[in-house]
Design a binder for this molecule. Structure first.
Ligand SMILES: Cc1ncc(COP(=O)(O)O)c(C=O)c1O
Length: 389
């Protein structure tokens, strides 16, 4: 008798990733316009690559670093947090991680016991949900207010708090909606977290990509929140460094000592060659970040204009950040976003991501990414205009 492998409940109950499923199906379609990935399409700037190459030549990358990362890198991160996030940190409050993802996962592991609840304003980044599930925690979705551009529903969050609630996980600027949470809302949320002794875990991957006068605000810059925030950042989006797998987190010493215990069994330390690349990124002029931002802003404008031409099919909230948008599907077939996106892919030749991947309130929507060349956006919308005719 062939017995089946005895996989843990924790892992087996995680559904297949809709993004990866769409990528797999996309390979079967010829002549495709691809709006499915939230991955920068530009290459990493040369001066960052040179930093890594020099470290390799100097024989610096063959061993481990401290678990928390190179001291020199953490010193540069401290400067960056002060300059750009108004967060007053020191090197012992920084941990360099394998992208933001490993930092977020280690943070969740350090906080969540089986059955603990984590509040996720929804729609939200699908990986956060998986991180809670893999820690045997319970994701609690609180819908955001779509008619106000997907802002937080603070009363809804208060109502969702129970004695089992440990944390709130936030993504601003948001994947999938592009919403930038403004300072006043984050201050209100901070009050709720402090009143209930909850931890706020932030994912600030898109911190540099905000538009229309919106500014990114880090909740860790509120001094009273010092012991109640774990902030996760990454080089992936800011410097087009997806494959380098390098990010970092900031938390109070007492908290970070515990997170480090979760970080070591998964990573030991972040890739050392990538730590040197990150160091080069932080020590060099930041022109490339402004260039990426300007490119995304003009791509956003193109996508909005083209969506305006399809106003019988989609309604959308203009995103003020990130490089993603989350239109509502107005056609009745759109009620099942997975079926709708699969059909749009197979019959229309456009790859997008079904909204249901981002929590229950994502149903009836799809995610479109504008971190692609403008020609790809035009091609996708030309195809959709023909398809929806
Ligand atoms: C909100 C958000 N956080 C984190 C990540 C991944 O970050 P990293 O590559 O640093 O692990 C992504 C990638 O799409 C993202 O959209």
């Amino acid at each position: 008798m062939i017995s089946s492998p005895r996989i843990s409940n924790r892992v087996s109950r995680i559904p297949r990733s809709a993004i990866h499923e769409m990528t797999r199906l996309s390979k079967e379609v010829e002549d495709l316009a691809f709006l499915s990935w939230a991955k920068p399409t530009s290459d990493t700037p040369d001066h960052i690559k040179e930093g890594a190459i020099a470290a390799i030549r100097e024989g610096l990358v063959g061993g481990y670093t401290e678990n928390a990362g190179l001291l020199e890198l953490r010193e540069e991160i401290v400067k960056k947090l002060r300059r750009d996030n108004r967060v007053d940190a020191n090197v012992s409050q920084i941990m360099v991680t394998v992208g933001a993802i490993e930092g977020l996962a280690a943070a969740v592991m350090a906080l969540v016991d089986p059955g603990d609840e984590v509040i996720l304003p929804s729609p939200t980044y699908s990986t956060h949900v998986r991180q809670v599930v893999i820690a045997s925690g319970k994701p609690v979705f609180v819908p955001t207010a779509e008619d106000q551009g997907f802002l937080l529903d603070i009363e809804g969050i208060k109502d969702a708090i129970t004695p089992r609630t440990k944390a709130i996980m936030l993504c601003t600027p948001n994947n999938p909606t592009g919403t930038v949470l403004v300072e006043t809302q984050l201050r209100e949320l901070a009050e709720v977290a402090l009143e209930n002794n909850l931890m706020v875990i932030t994912d600030e991957a898109y911190e540099y990509f905000t538009y229309d006068g919106y500014e990114h605000f880090s909740i860790a810059s509120i001094p009273e929140m010092r012991r109640n925030v774990i902030s996760c950042y990454t080089f992936t989006k800011t410097y087009a460094m997806t494959g380098w797998r390098i990010g970092y987190l900031h938390a109070d010493e007492e908290v970070i000592t515990q997170i480090n215990k979760a970080h070591i069994p998964f990573a030991i330390c972040a890739p050392v060659v990538s730590q040197y690349a990150a160091l080069a990124a932080l020590k060099s002029p930041q022109d490339c970040v402004a260039e990426f931002r300007n490119h995304y802003l003009s791509a956003r404008n193109v996508m909005c204009e083209r969506l305006d031409g399809l106003d019988s099919v989609f309604a959308y909230e203009k995103p003020h950040g990130a490089y993603l948008m989350f239109p509502k599907i107005l056609l009745k077939e759109g009620k099942d976003s997975t079926a709708f996106c699969k059909r749009l892919l197979k019959e229309g030749g456009v790859s997008t991501t079904p909204g249901i991947a981002f929590g229950p309130t994502g149903q009836g929507h799809l995610r479109m990414s504008f971190c692609v060349p403008k020609e790809e956006i035009h091609e996708a919308f030309d195809k959709m205009e023909r398809y929806f005719g």
